[in-house]
Design a protein. Structure first.
Length: 507
């Protein structure tokens, strides 16, 4: 699909004169080499969805989930191999570790800007959508956030397979085209939204193409056919940053080192994923084929004429995988039933060994994923140590995520200034407090903050908030209740002491 669109886009690049704006070979390569990169993205995307019929390595077509089997008569049949869908599990797990509802975006020294950004993120459901697209990003090698102004700041999220960079410098993407496919009736429409620089001016150009075939760009048609309110060209002055932010996993692209595009978290584990699905498929089929095997003479699968109907019939159904034919002799013409022992433990052991290999290849600690023979893979939820591979990988990806969120806020502030909702871009410092609770020892955590309180270095209220992860209002209630209970203990202790003293005097 992408190849036909990509070829057309290159032609449009030439017609628009955008190729002339590319200053060096490496920037041109970002356009020319993207076909191979996007072929890989299609593979990663299919694996994330749970079904990859085949993939291409050079001129070799390698089957993945589509497989074949041969029946007793020698006829070949196709079937779809069962899948553990581990790419989805891996991407989802890493996304939830890196960014979740406990993450806090802080803007220092300007409470007004903090509240403004908080409101914008809340209106755009940023927290939920960001985590979803972060998962897509780990699966497909990246994603894009695109702020725009429409009676306020809106934030669009775009998957990696719908964005093509056209200019990059020092691993930073400066320009690109967004691809949006829509179907209306029996026609397919593709909107190309170009973001480019013309000197210091930022130019957004919209083009609409119509086709009767899905995946084909087709011919250019007026924007009004589908988007009557969309302008063909918008020029914005005063920008210093593109109106989009490309975020990718913190992994070096070992397929195209000069490409600014990222790679999937499981890009280098394709063979392991295939081996896992082969093992899992074999585990499932163990129950199908392991029930019984029936050896039948070759003559038993011949066709004969039914004397009543005159139709050709077989003694046995050759499409039944349970039957295996053999060439008999005169002394051996019998039907034999064979019962195979189920290899449950062997399959589970093999799958878990492959899961540990997959964990190592994708940045997780050994033992993170486990298969016990149930309907799904279990993910370890216990607290991980700070020196574990999972925690180090999580921290590594957070570097790119934090940079991406900071760039997004910068782009938002630029838009607010352009649309005169802010007088100037404020001087702020943005920090992200990521959730590190997965690596916390609760007892050590409590001892640490209790020690700070006893030394007079932290208020009790703040210590309660940190130890139990409570909001300030609830922590105040806890503190009041604790003080009340401690206040009641003093009179009780005094009364007990006096009673003891009186008893001693009487004695």
């Amino acid at each position: 699909m992408f190849r036909t669109i990509l070829a057309k886009i290159k032609g449009v690049l030439a017609k628009m004169g955008l190729i002339k704006q590319i200053n060096n070979v490496s920037q041109l390569a970002a356009v020319q080499e993207s076909e191979a990169q996007y072929s890989r993205i299609e593979v990663w995307k299919s694996l994330y969805h749970g079904y990859l019929p085949f993939y291409q390595e050079g001129d070799v077509r390698i089957p993945f989930h589509d497989t074949k089997w041969t029946d007793a008569a020698g006829n070949e049949h196709k079937r779809r191999r069962a899948s553990m869908k581990m790419p989805k599990v891996i991407a989802e797990e890493m996304a939830s570790l890196v960014f979740n509802e406990k993450c806090v975006i802080n803007i220092s020294s300007d409470q007004e800007i903090q509240e403004l950004i908080d409101d914008i993120f809340k209106e755009n459901r940023f927290e939920k959508r960001f985590q979803n697209y972060l998962e897509y990003g780990f699966a497909m090698g990246g994603f894009v956030m695109k702020p725009y102004y429409d009676d306020g700041i809106k934030i669009a999220f775009v998957r990696a397979d719908c964005f093509l960079p056209t200019q990059s410098t020092n691993d930073e993407i400066q320009a690109g085209v967004f691809i949006n496919e829509t179907r209306k009736g029996d026609k397919f429409y593709t909107l190309l939204e170009w973001h480019n620089w013309d000197g210091t001016d930022y130019v957004i150009t919209n083009e609409l193409y119509e086709s009767k075939t899905k995946g084909s760009l087709g011919s250019k048609v007026p924007l009004s056919d589908l988007y009557p309110d969309l302008e063909e060209t918008v020029t914005i002055q005063g920008l210093t940053h593109p109106l989009f932010v490309y975020v990718k996993p913190n992994l070096a692209n070992n397929f195209e080192p000069d490409s600014p595009l990222g790679i999937s978290i499981y890009a280098n584990a394709i063979d392991t994923l295939k081996s896992l699905d082969i093992a899992f498929d074999s585990f499932q089929r163990e129950f199908v084929l392991g029930k019984r095997r029936i050896m039948v003479p070759h003559t038993a699968i011949r066709t004969v004429v039914d004397p009543e109907t005159g139709q050709m019939q077989r003694y046995f159904d050759i499409n039944d995988e349970a039957y295996i034919s053999y060439a008999e002799n005169d002394t051996q013409k019998m039907i034999q039933e064979m019962a195979a022992e189920l290899r449950i433990e062997e399959h589970i052991s093999a799958i878990n060994a492959l899961l540990n290999i997959l964990a190592a290849q994708t940045g997780f600690s050994s033992g993170t994923f486990a298969f016990t023979g149930g309907a799904s893979v279990q993910t370890a939820t216990q607290v991980i140590s700070e020196n574990s591979k999972t925690f180090r990988t999580k921290n590594s990806h957070e570097i790119m995520i934090e940079a991406g969120i900071k760039e997004l806020i910068e782009a938002i502030l630029q838009l607010l200034v352009i649309y005169q909702e802010l007088p100037a871009i404020p001087d702020i410092d943005v920090t992200i407090d990521f959730d590190d609770s997965i690596a916390e020892d609760r007892q050590a955590n409590a001892n640490y903050y209790s020690g700070l309180v006893s030394m007079g270095l932290m208020p009790k209220l703040k210590a309660i908030m940190r130890i139990f992860d409570l909001p300030e209002e609830e922590a105040r209630e806890w503190l009041a209740q604790i003080q009340q209970e401690n206040g009641q203990q003093v009179p009780q202790m005094m009364e007990s002491f006096l009673n003891t003293a009186e008893t001693d005097e009487v004695g």
